[in-house]
Design a protein around this ligand. Structure first.
Ligand code: 13P
Ligand code: SF4
Length: 307
């Protein structure tokens, strides 16, 4: 009861201050339920940046991980992009540096470089084109004439795209520590409990896991699949935070996490308290330097033209 009243009070304060600051709260699909509950918009990594660019607001409270807030800052430098906890990074994005990309180019001078949105702004500045898990296949298919294609940093997304496009890709040894927690035996076990359920997984999962799924989808596409499928039960192979949104949007369907171990600790750093503090202090701002931004936006714009 006390917690409920406290929570209501906190939500009320956030709402009030948000109005005063002309701010909008964006939350990734993996955020804690309490964060999703106070968000104005929920979405996948790119969706959120696109919303940030379009929305009429001076201040964006970005609840996600660092590269996502950076992407928003690249797309809308005129807005104040605030993260309630800037220590929320993405370990996969940290597995490659701008220098690594420059070295790859030296080794493969004829290659074009495709980079996942899960990269730092500095890495994006070195890319030919960016991609997300929604459009990675379309982006690679748009470069039919390329002699060689480097795809960084996720080796499992690269494997998935390579199988879908029939192209050999030069990949990097990056991966998501959360998605690799989902094992083939987890899918087998859940299938045994729920034999009628459809299985959807994120393409960051291990190839053996992707091979067992009915579909490999980005988090936004998972939302679309859940709405459109006639299946009443769905096993979900991605970060567990998405289950809250899927359930909320599809009250007539059941969703089962493929593995309870698939938790991204960085996505759980943001809380209602931190959102309130960030609105009170308008901190911490995420900004990308003009030089990096001008180079990084080219790779993002190229992607947006393709998809
Ligand atoms: P989405 O773009 O599919 O939301 O994925 C982001 C991410 O970090 C997946 O782990
Ligand atoms: Fe990065 Fe994986 Fe967390 Fe997504 S789930 S933000 S890829 S560590």
């Amino acid at each position: 009861m006390f917690r409920k009243l406290f929570k209501f009070g906190l939500e009320g304060k956030i709402k009030e201050l948000k109005k005063k600051r002309a701010a909008v709260i964006l939350a990734h699909n993996y955020q804690l339920p309490e964060v999703q509950d106070v968000a104005d918009y929920r979405g996948d990594s790119l969706e959120l940046s696109r919303i940030a660019a379009k929305i009429d607001a001076k201040v964006i409270i970005f609840c996600g991980v660092y590269f996502m807030a950076e992407t928003a800052s690249i797309l809308c430098p005129d807005k104040k992009i605030i993260m309630p906890d800037t220590s929320a990074g993405c370990p996969m994005a940290n597995m490659i540096t701008a220098e690594d990309v420059r070295n790859l180019r030296k080794e493969h001078p004829r290659a074009i470089v495709v980079g996942y949105v899960n990269t730092s702004a500095e890495v994006k500045a070195e890319l030919d084109v960016c991609c997300t898990s929604t459009n990675a296949v379309a982006v690679v298919n748009a470069f039919k004439d390329a002699k060689e294609i480097i795809f960084i940093p996720d080796k499992y997304l690269a494997d998935y795209v390579s199988k879908k496009t029939g192209r050999k890709l030069i990949s990097w040894n990056g991966f998501c520590p959360t998605h690799v927690q989902i094992l083939p035996e987890d899918i087998k076990k859940e299938k045994k409990f729920h034999p009628k359920a459809k299985v959807i997984v994120h393409p960051e999962c291990l190839p053996e896991v992707v091979a067992m799924a009915d579909a490999a989808l980005s988090t936004s596409k998972m939302g679309q699949f859940a709405k459109e499928t006639s299946a009443k039960e769905i096993i979900v192979g991605t970060e567990v935070g998405i289950i809250y949104r899927l359930k909320r949007d599809n009250l007539d369907k059941e969703f089962y996490p493929a593995s309870e171990r698939a938790v991204c600790p960085n996505m759980k750093r943001t809380t209602q308290e931190k959102i309130l503090w960030s609105l009170q202090e308008l901190k911490e701002e995420v900004r990308v330097s003009a030089d990096i931004r001008c180079r990084a936006i080219k790779a993002i714009d190229k992607m947006l033209k393709i998809f």
